[in-house]
Design a protein around this ligand. Structure first.
Ligand SMILES: Cc1cc2nc3c(=O)[nH]c(=O)nc-3n(C[C@H](O)[C@H](O)[C@H](O)COP(=O)(O)OP(=O)(O)OC[C@H]3O[C@@H](n4cnc5c(N)ncnc54)[C@H](O)[C@@H]3O)c2cc1C
Length: 362
């Protein structure tokens, strides 16, 4: 039986592990900490192929990603996916123009996007604030409970050995393509036929000796952080994903909401004390979309550096004999699709359809 180890049990690694196990590989998963406790835990987890994703081929990849979530959901394999749709609110600051462009592009591609204004919006979403008067609704999008996804995938990878608190220190291809050695911090040396490095920002040191140039922004001046906050249970929970130019809101398990801002937090550094003024600002912005959030109590704030390849696009493919890496932003949207493509092309230089995302493009 072919043995594969997946390094990292975030949304990306755990989904790859489950798909490889389903295809009959003997799978081991190694994680430096607890599964899902890194970037995936802080994610806004909106499953989307929004207009801002460029180039067009990358947007199409995200559309394919969305379709795999729906397929798995129909097949009963994705209890962690909530296909609630998503409402994009125009707001000010040029939001109306963006919305029009998105509606025009949807008309060309046949994507289902409905323009809603004033009374239509309030009929459909009675809890919206009075200033929300122009939006588009995409019924195909939704959100993911990442904690549940990871637990489900690791359980679905039946027979897989999952080792937590087990940092990998080195990945060493054996001469002649005869498997790969994986060294762990406890001094262990393990041999596998194939290695998938899906350790998010922790992948950089592991790939250092295998890839000639840095693949991720982590540790550089271009590294960006993001913030999400989770509320206590609400009297009125958001019924769908709400996106505006200033803030994003989505439902969360237990009648809670998760609130994020995809732009502002990126202007801060982790150690900036002003970062901690942001949760209140985000809550106030969220209340302009959904006034019931004005009295919400914040249960948790999460700040995380994004897993960001240096050109913003996924990095998927072979970096050395027997060693494949999968590093991506929008990993929640893309994990199911990438897992299938990686399983299809575990022995290939580049998994099928991912030639634009080869690690050696840098
Ligand atoms: C604020 C924010 C909002 C986001 N919003 C969205 C969104 O709306 N939609 C979307 O699709 N995406 C979104 N993303 C991106 C998405 O969350 C990430 O692309 C995804 O979570 C990355 O998952 P991952 O499994 O690659 O990494 P991680 O979740 O970081 O998992 C990597 C794992 O590897 C382990 N690890 C690290 N180093 C080692 C080592 N040496 N040995 C063993 N294990 C190791 C870690 O412990 C961790 O468990 C967002 C990200 C952020 C930060």
């Amino acid at each position: 039986m072919h043995s594969a180890v997946v390094i990292g049990a975030g949304v990306v690694g755990s989904t790859i592990a489950a798909t490889l196990a389903a295809r009959g590989h003997a799978v081991t998963v190694l994680d430096a900490g607890e599964p899902g406790s890194a970037v995936s835990e802080a994610s806004f987890a909106w499953v989307n192929a929004h207009h801002g994703k460029r180039p067009v081929s990358y947007r199409e990849l995200n559309r394919r990603g969305l379709r795999v979530h729906h397929r798995w959901h129909r097949e009963g394999r994705a209890p962690w996916f909530f296909p609630t749709g998503a409402l994009t609110v125009a707001g000010d600051r040029g939001g109306g123009e963006k919305l029009r462009a998105e509606l025009e592009s949807a008309a060309e591609t046949g994507e289902q996007l409905t323009e809603l204004s004033g009374a239509q919006l309030r009929r459909r979403f009675p809890d919206l604030g009075p200033d929300v008067d122009h939006a588009s609704f995409n019924p195909d999008e939704g959100w993911v409970d990442t904690r549940r996804l990871i637990a489900h995938q690791l359980a679905a990878a039946s027979g897989a050995e999952v080792r937590t608190s087990c940092p990998v220190t080195r990945v060493l291809p054996r001469p002649g393509g005869d498997g790969v050695e994986v060294h762990t911090a406890d001094g262990g040396v393990h041999e596998f036929d194939s290695v998938v490095v899906a350790a998010g920002n922790g992948s950089a040191p592991l790939l250092h000796s295998l890839a000639p140039t840095p693949l991720l922004t982590t540790g550089s001046a271009d590294a960006k952080i993001g913030m999400t906050l989770e509320t206590e249970p609400l009297d009125v929970a958001p019924p769908t994903v709400f996106k505006s130019p200033d803030v994003s809101i989505r439902p969360a398990p237990g009648g809670r909401a998760v609130i994020a801002d995809h732009a502002t937090a990126a202007n801060f550094r982790h150690d900036d004390p002003d970062l901690w003024t942001l949760p209140r600002t985000l809550l106030a912005r969220a209340a302009t979309i959904m006034p019931a959030l004005a009295s919400a109590r914040i249960a948790r704030v999460r700040v995380s550096e994004r897993v960001m390849p240096v050109d913003g696009l996924p990095v998927v493919g072979r970096v050395a004999p027997g060693v494949l890496t999968v590093l991506t932003h929008s990993g929640v949207t893309l994990a199911p699709l990438l897992s299938e493509l990686v399983a299809d092309g575990l022995d290939a230089d580049t998994p099928p359809g991912l030639v634009d995302y080869r690690p050696d493009r840098f």
